[in-house]
Design a binder for this molecule. Structure first.
Ligand code: PLP
Length: 402
């Protein structure tokens, strides 16, 4: 059967608007479509393909596990899940791990755990969740309501209650909301979808102190910022602030769906048998690939390489801006980078993304005014140079039309 993009419109629910081309093969930071056209990938499956496409360590972990055992459900445990949990515990503040299949599910578990912990330890009244405007935590009804864009949660009937939103990087706005009924404060230690906003040290430390004062749990959503993306294994490690609960997904599976919630023993003990679960959570295939991805990224060479590549990206972007004057600043850290378009190009981030795709370069947006990149953490330097040459062409065409 001939598969074409028009089949999408025929058979798929219309909640996405995918690109006109259909990729059929990927290798490293390159993709090829049905017509054999090559693309350089600065999008990385939205910060998922941390080791690019079809990295040999992930392919061999998947193949090896595929011949052994695919699925059990949580009536039994399995070796890959235990090995990955042990690796996560050894490398982070966490003492306990819960596996899910996505970022939203990891966050759903985090929020339910925080509510249950507060209820058991302090009583029903302690249920308020403070999150942040422009924050993003997934699309389940609980997580999308905690997310800071009401447009994503409106129109689905009554929302989960007792969730309020403060302003990111504005400690006073948190102070104005937090009280002894606050059960948790949830934030991304580098806001991704909301425009790539880095937290200030004062803000993040201040939030930690406020949580301690009011006996509220601090939840870091590291679904996008985790597993090497910022050049730290987890972003919290570079901030000097440790959360009570951390969620991780995306890059954790390097392209295979997996999510995890990490926490301490004292908090985890409240999620007793029967309180929460998932059929696929901790699936052996996902955990085998996750272990290979995590162990590969968690090395000084890869993490240092992220910082070196960041410098190369920044240098190119500055040069492009010197030539075309399109953005006001480069945002982000490590290989989660974006440029915030200037006055002249407000609302045009998508146009830049589409123009780049026309030239054979895949990029992302973060809202209407920020063009985002989240490439492989091991992208070859040559691919960065070639991708930037394509971006140069795309910008030249856009600027000529503007
Ligand atoms: C910070 C953050 N949290 C949660 C999610 C949701 O993850 P998923 O789409 O795997 O459910 C995302 C996805 O973009 C994210 O960036």
């Amino acid at each position: 059967m001939q598969v074409s993009r028009s089949l999408f419109d025929e058979v798929m629910v219309p909640n996405y608007a995918p690109a006109p081309m259909i990729p059929v093969k990927g290798q490293g930071s390159r993709l090829w479509d049905q017509n054999g056209r090559e693309y350089i990938d600065f999008a990385g499956g939205i910060a998922v393909n941390c080791l690019g496409h079809c990295h040999p360590a992930l392919v061999s972990a998947l193949k090896e596990q595929a011949d052994k055992l695919w699925h059990l459900s949580n009536t039994m445990t399995n070796e890959p899940a235990l090995l990955l949990a042990k690796a996560l515990v050894d490398a982070t503040f966490a003492e306990k791990v819960y596996f899910a299949n996505s970022g939203a599910e990891a966050n759903e578990a985090a929020l339910k755990l925080a509510r249950r912990f507060a209820k058991n330890e302090f009583g029903e009244h302690k249920s308020q969740i403070i999150a942040f405007k422009q924050g993003f935590h997934g699309r389940t009804f609980f997580t999308v309501t905690v997310g800071g864009q009401p447009a994503y949660s409106d129109g689905f009937g009554p929302k989960p209650a007792d969730i309020v939103h403060a302003e990111y990087n504005n400690l006073d706005s948190v102070k104005a909301l937090i009280n002894d009924n606050t059960c948790a404060v949830m934030l991304e230690p580098l806001q991704g979808e909301g425009g790539i906003i880095t937290p200030t040290a004062d803000f993040i430390q201040g939030v930690r102190e406020l949580c301690d004062q009011h006996k509220a749990l601090l939840i870091f959503d590291e679904v996008q910022s985790g597993v090497g993306r910022t050049g730290e294994l987890y972003a919290y490690m570079g901030l000097g602030v440790t959360p009570d609960i951390l969620t991780t997904a995306k890059a954790l599976g390097g392209g295979f769906p997996i999510g995890a919630m990490l926490t301490t023993t004292a908090i985890a003990k409240h999620l007793v048998v029967g309180t929460h679960g998932s059929t696929y959570g901790g699936n052996p295939l996902a955990c085998a690939v996750g272990l290979a991805a995590f162990n590969t990224v968690n090395s000084p060479a890869v993490l240092q390489g992220v910082k070196e590549r960041e410098a190369v990206f920044r240098e190119h972007l500055q040069a492009l801006n010197a030539k075309y004057t399109i953005f006001t600043e480069i945002r982000g850290q490590g290989l989660l980078l974006g440029f915030a378009l200037n006055e002249k190009y407000q609302g045009k981030a998508r146009d830049f993304m589409l123009a780049a795709a026309d030239e054979g370069l895949l990029m992302l947006v973060a809202g209407p005014n920020v063009v985002r990149m989240a490439p492989s953490l091991v992208i070859p330097e040559e691919d960065i140079h070639q991708g930037m040459a394509l971006l140069d062409k795309a910008i030249a065409k856009l600027v000529a039309k503007a």
